[in-house]
Design a binder for this molecule. Structure first.
Ligand code: SF4
Ligand code: SF4
Length: 349
């Protein structure tokens, strides 16, 4: 059955699938320690699901196996020098950097829909079965399931990582109520490398395999709702949505795969944007241009907050009068959260 599943998954744009059992007891102490240390920041939903996160059968009763899947997301046109291009963009203060995975269509929609098609094909073959589809879902220990089923190993940056594909892929899961033989885990290959830990702009990887989300730019620009801590703002540079640094530096990402689907190709507005171009968007433009994109999920308020931080960093670097004027123009009438970040930005030069 697995061979057939693999064939369907490939047709649907997945890069690999595996099977994990539901006993993740070994992951519980690490999860508890991470929550205990408060490293999940304000992501209360992480704590709320408690032991269910490590017990798939509690989350979805009668789950016996988990079919795991990964889908490569580098835009199809990505050239060999993509990492160098991303580093160059990060070094230009007036440019805006959006995480590579978010430049195309919202992956939640793409993966969920395609995992559902996979389930439907399987049901047509073996008859109806109980199942639930997940992708990037808080109650699911995705990387743990991926690692156990041989999709990759858990890198020191805490993401799943594969020798054939680096880490530039999305994960998804299909919880099913029938038993499938688990696929074996792969060996870890981080070895003595610590490049991701060393490169992290905010030192958010506090130890190998341990991320303090409260310091992570991905968390701060996407998940975090309130003001961005003052001491971290200068370190965010021009990253306005997510951060790829720990992946850009990873030696395994020279094997990163291109997406099989057109869905993750960069939208024109997000391919080479400048901060000032994006700052000029009204809320209506933001909603229209991010329709069907994961970026829309953060809303206009966080979008403006993030841009204000990046513009402050650009102003400090360049002293560009156009940035000052653009910030001042938007100040009056802005929500207080944005106003405070504008004031911070204006004080940078
Ligand atoms: S995403 Fe960026 S901020 Fe977060 S751990 Fe990786 S390098 Fe650090
Ligand atoms: S950068 Fe090095 S330590 Fe970090 S995930 Fe990649 S191989 Fe592992």
């Amino acid at each position: 059955m697995l061979t057939q599943l693999r064939g369907w998954a490939e047709e649907l744009g997945f890069s690999q699938i595996g099977v994990a059992g539901v006993d993740l007891a070994g992951a519980e102490p690490g999860l508890a320690a991470w929550l205990q240390a408060g490293h999940h920041g304000t992501m209360d939903y992480m704590a709320r699901h408690g032991s269910k996160r490590a017990r798939p059968a509690e989350l979805v009763p009668r789950t016996v196996s988990v079919i795991t899947a990964r889908m490569a997301y580098l835009p199809r046109s990505t050239g060999d020098a993509w990492q160098a291009i991303e580093w160059q963009r990060l070094a230009v203060p007036s440019a805006a950097t959006v995480s590579l995975y978010a430049r195309g269509r919202d992956y939640h929609k793409v993966l969920r829909a395609r995992l559902q098609v996979l389930a439907d094909r399987l049901a047509a073959e073996i008859g109806p079965f109980g199942h639930r589809v997940f992708t990037d879902s808080a109650p699911v220990l995705e990387v743990e399931l991926a690692a156990r089923s041989g999709i990759g190993w858990r890198g020191k940056h805490t993401l799943a990582l594969s020798r054939d594909a680096g880490s530039m892929f999305f994960l998804g899961e299909l919880f099913v109520d029938f038993a499938l033989p688990p696929t074996p885990a792969v060996e870890a290959h981080c070895g003595s490398c610590s490049a991701c830990i060393d490169v992290c702009p905010t030192q958010a990887i506090v130890a190998p395999y341990r991320l303090d989300a409260r310091r992570c730019i991905s968390y701060l620009t996407i998940e975090h709702e309130g003001p961005i801590p003052l001491e971290l703002r200068p370190l965010i540079g021009n990253r306005i949505y997510g951060c790829d640094d720990c992946q850009l530096v990873c030696p395994w990402n020279k094997y990163a795969q291109r997406a099989a689907l057109p869905d993750f190709d960069s939208r024109e507005a997000l391919a080479e944007p400048t901060l000032l171009q994006l700052w000029a968007w009204s809320e209506a433009e933001f909603l229209q241009r991010t329709q069907g994109s994961a970026i829309r999920r953060i809303g206009y308020l966080r979008w403006q907050r993030n841009l204000a931080v990046a513009l402050g960093n650009a102003l400090r670097a360049s002293g560009d009068a156009a940035i000052r004027t653009a910030l001042q123009t938007r100040r009056d009438g802005a929500p207080s959260l944005v106003q405070e970040h504008i004031d911070w930005a204006l004080a940078q030069a």
